[in-house]
Design a protein around this ligand. Structure first.
Ligand SMILES: Nc1ncnc2c1ncn2[C@@H]1O[C@H](COP(=O)(O)OP(=O)(O)OP(=O)(O)O)[C@@H](O)[C@H]1O
Length: 448
């Protein structure tokens, strides 16, 4: 059964521009998506330069991790300790067991009083949620000179905290409010994470701009989960009250983002900030903030009530996500075509020009394999009348697609000395290439 169309799906857009070149972009994923992925790949395995002065403070190995790379912004130390009551620092490091990068947070100066404290965070290790940075493990190590506690999380290359993205405005004149649709997207993601957390009988407590990572386009994840459970292990715990505090923190966060100012939630600014929201954003957003920040008279509000309040917005987010998935699938489709052609080119690479075949009569000018050689020239080595090389990707893609499908269409292959011509169909070429490749595979299995 023929699986593929002989023509790439993107051929419609391969119209030549004014310079006569075809639009190459349509072969590959969009430039912005590509840039994002390339940037993330570069960051994944970035290591410290041996001349970097920070290297002298970093051990070569920490537990089973190596190649530690500090992720904290330079000069960000003045606010340190505000979140967990301890100074923390974050490193990217590679795990020796699986070779993958992780983000490791060091809690400086914390002394673990009881092993039970570590178990308090155990539930977080089993929690997977698209808007929560997963906690992988907790360990104690002396590698930094003192006995400190470390939390290992999934690493998201190129991510940024909401605080640094939206709340550090060096230039007040460039102030731009965050659009309401983006705010609702953030709210629905956080509410979804909180719903899962509260349903498991856990408390989040890290709903703070410095602990929310922007890991993709409008994609946010709660970071640093589980740390409070260990660090405050000895403190008395009232679940309902703590869960309600999560909602208060959520209200404060939304207000902070809507005003794009960390000072918007101070006692003296609060009423002005809420007034600003009511003048700038919809009634729904205003109502939600007021609901979250108002001290309840009788019953504590809970996350289920918040989910009900924002249900209309959840549908919008759902629509947005489906549209985004469609876009990504289109991009994936292009790369699928490219992946298929890459496999074909690899096969051709394996069988062409093997020294082993130098003396093989089948690859000589009278042999049946000779046409594979000529076909390779037909795809890659054509020249214009003036001898300049033809570098037409479209020709390569179109030819390989026809070969992959084994269509009946015939082409004319010419020897390099231009003395002989061969007419052959893609179907025959495909058979010949498949045969040559399977012989190579069987030679390998004989040797094994
Ligand atoms: N899991 C992670 N993956 C990728 N980068 C991370 C991860 N966790 C933290 N980072 C990066 O490390 C840096 C420091 O994170 P951190 O949470 O310490 O923020 P902070 O603003 O320095 O907060 P604090 O004042 O509590 O130290 C941030 O730039 C953040 O983007």
């Amino acid at each position: 059964m023929q699986q593929y169309s002989p023509y790439p799906q993107y051929s419609q857009s391969l119209i030549r521009n004014k310079q006569g070149r075809r639009n190459m972009g349509s072969f590959f994923m969009s430039e912005s998506l590509k840039q994002d992925i390339v940037h993330q790949k570069q960051l994944l395995y970035m290591t410290l330069d041996p001349n970097d002065p920070r290297i002298k403070n970093i051990p070569p190995m920490l537990n089973k991790y190596h190649s530690l790379y500090p992720l904290d912004q330079d000069g960000a130390k003045e606010n340190q300790g505000k979140m967990f009551g301890y100074v923390t620092s974050v490193y990217k490091a590679i795990c020796t067991q699986d070779g993958l990068p992780y983000a490791i947070r060091r809690i400086e100066g914390f002394r673990l009083s009881s092993e039970y404290a570590l178990q308090a965070a155990e539930s977080w290790r089993n929690l997977q949620h698209p808007n929560i940075v997963s906690l992988k493990e907790i360990f104690v190590s002396k590698e930094f000179g003192d006995n400190t506690l470390f939390f290992t999380y999934d690493y998201f290359p190129g991510s940024e905290t909401i605080e640094s993205k939206f709340l550090s405005q060096p230039n007040q004149t460039s102030f731009q409010p965050i659009s309401e649709s983006v705010l609702w997207s953030f709210i629905t993601q956080l509410v979804s994470a909180l719903k899962t957390i509260h349903s498991l009988g856990l408390v989040c407590r890290v709903i703070h701009p410095s602990k929310i990572l922007l890991t993709g386009k409008n994609r946010i994840r709660l970071n640093g989960v589980g740390i409070f459970d260990v660090v405050n292990y000895d403190s008395p715990r009232n679940l309902a009250q703590f869960q309600h505090e999560d909602l208060l923190l959520l209200g404060r966060l939304i207000l902070t983002l809507a005003c794009r100012s960390a000072a918007s939630i101070t006692a003296q600014n609060l009423s002005n900030s809420i007034e600003y929201v009511s003048n700038t954003y919809s009634k729904d957003l205003y109502n939600l903030i007021v609901y979250l920040l108002t001290k309840p008279v009788i019953n504590l509000p809970n996350i289920d009530e918040v989910v009900t309040m924002i249900s209309g917005r959840l549908l919008q987010e759902n629509n947005y996500l489906h549209t985004y998935t469609d876009d990504l699938e289109t991009e994936l489709g292009k790369e699928y075509e490219n992946g298929r052609l890459f496999r074909l080119v690899t096969k051709l690479g394996f069988i062409n020009e093997r020294p082993l075949y130098d003396m093989d009569p089948r690859w000589s000018e009278t042999g049946d394999r000779y046409l594979i050689k000529l076909f390779r020239d037909y795809i890659f080595h054509q020249v214009y009348d003036d001898g300049t090389p033809v570098l037409d990707f479209y020709h390569v893609v179109e030819t390989l697609n026809k070969l992959d499908c084994g269509v009946d269409e015939k082409i004319l292959l010419m020897s390099r000395d231009e003395q002989s011509l061969l007419v052959v169909s893609y179907k025959d070429l495909k058979k010949c290439i498949e045969l040559a490749f399977s012989e190579l595979v069987s030679q390998k299995s004989h040797l094994n």
